[in-house]
Design a protein around this ligand. Structure first.
Ligand SMILES: [Zn+2]
Length: 883
């Protein structure tokens, strides 16, 4: 573990590598505690580098056994080797071959970076800087080499041996009981895309014929016995391969594509060339063990990692500041895929909810950073919602600005111009500029300026002149290191809705129509005038969330009710309901804080009633509309003096009112959606279940005993995990005897299935009651829990810290103390997961004074810990930094 604070790395300091690596020949002899790694590197001076330079290779916790240069052992005084690096001060002037032999102990690797073991299976994780834990190497993404990997192992222990690329040889090694496999990857790649796996694994196999007629073998490896649960992942993979050919013209390039599911994994999944390694939670699914949301995540992440083969692998990042080049773009691509497979509208609403709840919150706090950061200490801490989700929104805006055809032209140019290279964001955006003859220099500010732009709209209708004008101002709030900002390019899709519910034509003063209904802001303030408007319209702004901004407009409750009922853009119908609810919820939080009575509002209930009974709407959309803003959403909109108890009370009151006043409509919708059809994990079935379960939850929120009985009945009779889990979730929010009975029953049924037990842990962690902390403490001592497994930690402690607003933010500070203690218990073993937990404190400055004081004390306690890991220290220091 690196405990010292790493020196900051700055984008402006980038310079090309002094030495390049043409080929890497690895010979790895797997052993539980003493794995021998022989690396043969073909090095050559970089023609782009200035003068002859020393060879400096990265290492992390390595033990050097032997070193040869061009076949001769290097004298001890001609190199310096430590655990963290290998330097040859005076290397030859031309190309040479370096042979490095090191020893590693995969069983002792609890960081899950480099080579480690998960349930006995040997596997690797090298992004971002894990390869240096396997051998000494120039571990930076702009060093791309051709890899050949020979793996040998005990045949009993690891009958399956996998590497990147194509299998070129395999066999037994005499009578030693060991065997080997040699894999060759013809595509040059950075070290972070290296992978190897050895273990006892089951497999399902299929094939895919590409658009040029090549047959690709597809294999998904899982723990033996779990093969039947990998079918949906395989189906998703084949659909993703076909989609990328159609949507982007991208074809797969090797003879084989493999996925391996492991149970101990820091991230969701990893796109290693030809050999993706997955958290098993994102591969394994069956009707009985996975929810509709799990199936949708599997489909999206399988596609995401596959899409990286072009956006990430064939074209990789020059340096880690460009992380959004592969992640923002690939998230955009996987969202497009899911939108085409499912409902585009419902997917968009879900993505916007996620963006607001995660990225907007990050952007408003001390951990805010640009989509392309310009400085970092621990790159592991930059796998953030800003890089991924906001990064995807920025790519999406390019499509809004350039249109679908212009966007595709830019992508095609990017693929042809940069294939085989390590590229930058500037080069990516330049392709769109060149392909469309557009100047996108101001647009680049989306990559360099942090903070969510605030867009304020005031409207004026002039009946005599028949004009309607929108005065629009944009402000980007200060963020750490960026006190002042320049105006952004903000594409706003808009409509002016007439009293008959139809869009009025949008004509500018110069007589031209507004192309595609999109106006583009570029200045701090500007006015857009529309002519020939015969009535005061209802403005429908930022349709489809065309720009990731916080928008305020001078809309009345009546305007919002009208738009909720009639906006031709269904996304903005949903948005209008959310805005109505937010107004009421914020008012009631303030009322509660000042001891005044909370008010009820007819606007929102009436709007919901209209949507609930509109049979033309798809059920998944109705379910999304009935889902009120979350406690975290309300806290974010409040922005300061946040009292989670007041927010909770305000939200409970609204849900209670909806459940009571819409009871018969909710019961009727529940009945209609309970069709008894066989379970299918597709969008239609999932949408019906989503609406049914939302109705159940709102009925129970009214406090009705009949609804609790209905939930208990659904829990007991459900034939799928979605309905079972939804019923259990509803029960878990009510302090009724049925709750514990159902939780105990659930445990008995699924205690042997860790992925399902994660759901059981998470449900209990988010119960909004004062004895939850004791319950969670107790569960950390339960036999199913382990600090060594990231999924367990996320399910129990992560859910408590990130999704239980009232209990994590207990006024007595005990919630903070518990999470801080957990971070300290974890950080020496797995600093990455510990640092991720620590980000739960990211909004501490927005809290009301008492809680703010307790949160700060917890943060300072962690900061003062001796031997704090660099990852955690980075998060704590940034969280505490002033301004
Ligand atoms: Zn990715």
């Amino acid at each position: 573990m690196r405990t010292e604070q790493a020196l900051p790395v700055r984008l402006e300091d980038y310079r090309p590598p002094d030495w390049l690596v043409e080929t890497v020949d690895l010979d790895v002899s797997l052993d539980a505690s003493a794995t021998r790694v022989r690396a043969k590197l073909q090095l050559k001076p970089n023609p782009k580098a200035a003068a002859p330079a020393p060879v400096v290779l990265d290492g992390d916790g390595l033990k050097l056994v032997g070193l040869k240069l061009d076949g001769n052992a290097l004298p001890a005084d001609s190199f310096v080797a430590t655990a963290d690096g290998l330097t040859i001060p005076q290397p030859p002037h031309g190309p040479f071959v370096l042979e490095i032999e090191t020893l590693a102990d995969p069983s002792a690797n609890t960081q899950l970076m480099g080579l480690y073991r998960s349930n006995g299976t040997y596997c690797t994780q090298c992004e971002a800087e894990g390869f240096r834990r396997i051998t000494y190497f120039p571990d930076r993404p702009d060093v791309m080499a051709v890899y050949t990997t020979r793996i040998e192992a005990n045949k009993q222990e690891a009958p399956i041996l996998l590497g990147n690329g194509n299998l070129i040889a395999s066999g037994d090694i005499g009578a030693t009981g060991r065997h080997f496999a040699i894999w060759h990857d013809p595509f040059p790649k950075p070290a972070y895309l290296f992978a190897m796996v050895g273990g006892k694994l089951g497999v399902i196999e299929d094939s895919f014929t590409t658009m040029s007629g090549r047959k690709v073998a597809l294999k998904i490896y899982v723990e033996p016995g779990k093969e039947p649960r990998a079918g949906y992942a395989m189906d998703s993979l084949k659909r993703a391969m076909a989609w990328d050919e159609k949507a982007f013209g991208r074809e797969y390039d090797l003879d084989i594509f493999m996925i391996v599911a492991v149970s101990d994994f820091n991230m969701g999944a990893m796109e290693n060339k030809g050999l993706n390694v997955f958290n098993d939670k994102l591969v394994l699914a069956s009707q009985e063990t996975a929810t509709d949301a799990d199936f949708a995540s599997i489909e999206a992440v399988i596609a995401h990692e596959y899409f990286h083969n072009w956006t990430g692998n064939r074209i990789t990042c020059r340096d880690w500041f460009q992380l959004c080049l592969k992640e923002g773009l690939t998230v955009f691509r996987d969202r497009e895929f899911s939108s085409d497979q499912r409902s585009r509208l419902v997917k968009r609403i879900a993505d916007v909810r996620f963006l607001r709840s995660q990225q907007f919150v990050e952007d408003a706090g001390p951990l805010a950073h640009p989509v392309r950061p310009s400085i970092y200490r621990e790159i592991n801490n930059f796998y953030t919602a800003t890089v991924y989700e906001k990064g995807a929104e920025v790519v999406r805006m390019l499509k809004v600005l350039l249109g679908a055809a212009g966007f595709r032209k830019g992508m095609d140019l990017y693929f042809s111009r940069h294939d085989g290279e390590a590229a930058t964001i500037d080069q990516f955006v330049q392709c769109f500029a060149d392909a469309n003859a557009k100047d996108l220099s101001q647009f680049m500010r989306w990559y360099s300026q942090a903070g969510t732009p605030e867009v304020a709209v005031t409207s004026t209708y002039d009946a005599k002149a028949r004009t309607y004008s929108l005065e629009i101002a944009q402000v980007i709030p200060p963020t750490p290191g960026q006190p002042a900002k320049e105006p952004m390019v903000i594409p706003l899709a808009i409509g002016l809705v007439g009293h008959d519910g139809r869009d009025l034509p949008l004509t500018r003063k110069d007589g031209h129509a507004v192309a595609d209904g999109v106006i583009t802001l570029t200045k701090p303030a500007e006015t857009f005038v529309f002519t020939d408007i015969g009535e005061r319209p209802y403005p429908s702004l930022n349709r489809g969330f065309s720009a990731p901004v916080r928008l305020t407009a001078d809309l009345s409750v009546d305007d919002l009710r009208f738009l909720a009922a009639h906006d031709p853009d269904p996304f903005n119908r949903w948005q209008a309901v959310q805005s109505l609810a937010t107004t009421l919820l914020l008012d009631n939080v303030l009322a509660r804080r000042s001891g005044a009575a909370m008010r009820e509002d007819d606007g929102i209930i009436a709007a919901l009633a209209a949507i609930l009974t509109d049979e033309k709407l798809e059920p998944a959309f109705v379910a999304q509309t009935l889902a009120m803003p979350s406690e975290a959403d309300i806290a974010r909109d409040l922005g300061r003096d946040v009292d989670p108890d007041a927010i909770f009370a305000s939200r409970i009151a609204l849900r209670n009112a909806i459940g009571n006043r819409l009871g018969s409509a909710l019961r009727e919708a529940y009945r209609q959606m309970s069709d008894g059809a066989p379970y299918r994990p597709d969008a239609t079935g999932a949408g019906r279940r989503a609406l049914k379960n939302m109705c159940l939850d709102l009925l129970a929120a009214s406090g009705s005993a009949a609804a609790i009985a209905l939930a208990m009945r659904q829990y007991s009779t459900a034939d799928n995990m979605t309905d079972q889990m939804a019923a259990l979730g509803t029960l878990s929010f009510h302090n009724v005897p049925e709750r514990q009975a159902a939780l105990d029953d659930f445990y008995r049924r699924f205690s042997a299935d860790p992925l399902v037990i994660d759901k059981w842990l998470a449900l209990q962690a988010v119960i909004p009651e004062s004895d939850t902390l004791e319950r969670v403490r107790g569960l950390t001592r339960h036999s199913v829990f382990s600090l060594a497994n990231p999924n367990r930690v996320r399910a129990l402690i992560g859910a408590f810290a990130q999704a239980n607003q009232t209990q994590f933010n207990r006024a007595d500070g005990q919630g903070y103390a518990f999470v801080a203690d957990s971070v300290l218990a974890l950080q020496a073993k797995n600093p990455q997961i510990a640092a991720r937990l620590m980000t739960a404190f990211r909004s501490w400055r927005a809290l009301e004074p008492v809680r703010r004081g307790k949160a700060e004390a917890a943060l300072r306690g962690v900061a003062s810990w001796p031997g704090l890991s660099g990852d955690v220290k980075d998060i704590v220091d940034r969280s505490l930094a002033e301004g």
